[in-house]
Design a protein around this ligand. Structure first.
Ligand SMILES: Cc1ncc(COP(=O)(O)O)c(C=O)c1O
Length: 419
């Protein structure tokens, strides 16, 4: 007799995405998502996991956050997705709120349904504003899978779809290399530089002191716009609403998504200054999206922004960041041969392990011990460690205990992989 879970896996292989389904099976991650609540989720057959992947920040406020669900349910009494052609009180309120929580001058917001759509829009906006086509991004960056976004990202994702663009349209420079950035910008033909403030899929390497402000200054010098992709780093995960302002940079555009939805109803946004938003005054119908900024999505995002601005939320981010750091430092000191480094800005963390693929066995042992954290796809030595910002002390204690056990158990395997 085949179990309901085995049936889902079989159907996923036959009808959904066989490659993706088998990828996890091959890694011994035999998991089908069932119940979810707060910072936990369960396999269909009952195995419980602590979620420290939180889909890149999507569940930063927890799975099925009751306040967001309540707002959504109440919203359905009067609203649906709305009409993308007309103004609406909810869209106007959300755009106004984004202007309030963003740096001075970023006063316009246009909405999308996902991160990549918003990235595409930001890139298009930069082209319209500058009359230039070239996009500069950093090596091993990740901005999503739509047309322009995937072509600006790592070749790992564009190759198969023949989406990589030529040097005249898109160039990449190494992260933290200001000379390479100036060399690219000095040609004075780039519409924009797009950067994740801390590149997530590359394992959260931290920007070196002064690097991001220097990039912004060069952008100003050479007439290029700066797009901060804050899809993973924004919304208080670093301790400030947008990580980029913590580095003293005011970008021309901020892209947000994931946690902006509260994990309940998809929505994304590009927040733009006057120059970057020129197209909306030239031709407001130049970009449209039926599901961009749905009214139900706006309701969820407004609730998210409300929760993020509470004093106790801000305080909890500081607590979680510091408490987990202390616990992880202890675990690191107990496993110095495999646990090499903790990269951190607030609740954004990358844990570096020994060997090129060190984070894969770590992920597997943590999974066995009831913790879900995933290796970085573009640097397999780093485990992405992304706790939710509302975690309690009790949750952190349990997490650290399970981390300690899982990391110890992975030791032999991690060391055996090192050439
Ligand atoms: C930094 C960054 N930008 C953009 C995206 C694309 O977002 P989405 O998957 O919603 O299209 C992602 C997704 O993981 C991301 O991490």
């Amino acid at each position: 007799m085949i179990t309901p879970k085995q049936q889902v896996i079989a159907d996923s292989i036959t009808y959904w995405n066989s490659g993706k389904t088998k990828e996890w099976q091959d890694l011994n991650i035999n998991f089908v998502m069932g119940k979810r609540e707060g910072y936990y989720f369960w396999d269909m057959e009952g195995k419980r996991l602590m979620d420290v992947h939180i889909n890149g920040g999507t569940f930063s406020l927890g799975h099925r956050n009751p306040e967001i669900i309540e707002a959504l349910i109440k919203g359905t009494e009067n609203y649906d997705i709305g009409n993308h052609h007309f103004p609406s009180p909810l869209k106007a309120a959300l755009a106004k709120e984004l202007a309030t929580v963003s740096p001075e001058g970023l006063n316009h917001a246009i909405f999308g349904a996902c991160g990549a759509e918003a990235v595409d829009l930001a890139l298009k906006s930069a082209r319209c504003a500058t009359g230039r086509k070239k996009i500069i991004s950093v090596e091993n960056c990740y901005h999503g899978h739509t047309g322009l976004a995937v072509s600006a990202g790592a070749e790992r994702f564009s190759r198969l779809f023949l989406a990589k663009r030529g040097e005249d349209e898109n160039i990449q420079v190494p992260f933290n290399d200001i000379d390479a950035m100036e060399h690219a910008l000095a040609k004075e033909d780039a519409a924009c530089v797009i950067m994740e403030t801390i590149p997530a899929t590359y394992g959260f390497p931290m920007p070196e002191p002064g690097y991001l402000p220097a990039v912004k200054k060069l952008c100003e010098k050479y007439g290029t716009l700066y797009i901060a992709d804050e899809v993973q780093t924004g919304l208080l995960r670093s301790g400030t609403m947008w990580a980029i302002t913590g580095y003293d940079v005011i970008p021309d555009m901020i892209v947000t998504s994931k946690g902006f939805s509260g994990g309940i109803y998809p929505i994304s946004a590009v927040i733009m200054n006057e120059k970057a938003s020129s197209w909306i005054r030239i031709d407001g119908s130049a970009h449209m999206s039926t599901f961009g900024g749905t009214e139900l999505g706006c309701i969820c995002a407004l609730k998210v922004l409300e929760i993020l601005q509470r004093k106790e939320t801000v305080e909890n981010v500081a607590f979680v960041s510091q408490y987990l750091r202390e616990g992880l430092e202890k675990i690191k000191s107990e496993n110095p041969d495999i646990f090499l480094e903790i990269r951190q800005n607030g609740t954004i963390m990358g844990l570096v392990f020994q060997g090129k693929q060190g984070a894969i066995p770590i992920m597997q042992r943590l999974f066995e011990n009831g913790v879900w954290a995933i290796y970085s796809m573009l640097d397999n030595s780093v485990l992405q460690f992304k706790p939710g910002i509302l975690c309690t002390k009790e949750y952190c204690d349990e997490l650290l205990e399970r981390m300690s056990t899982g990391i110890k158990q992975a030791k032999t395997k991690v060391l055996s992989q090192v050439e």
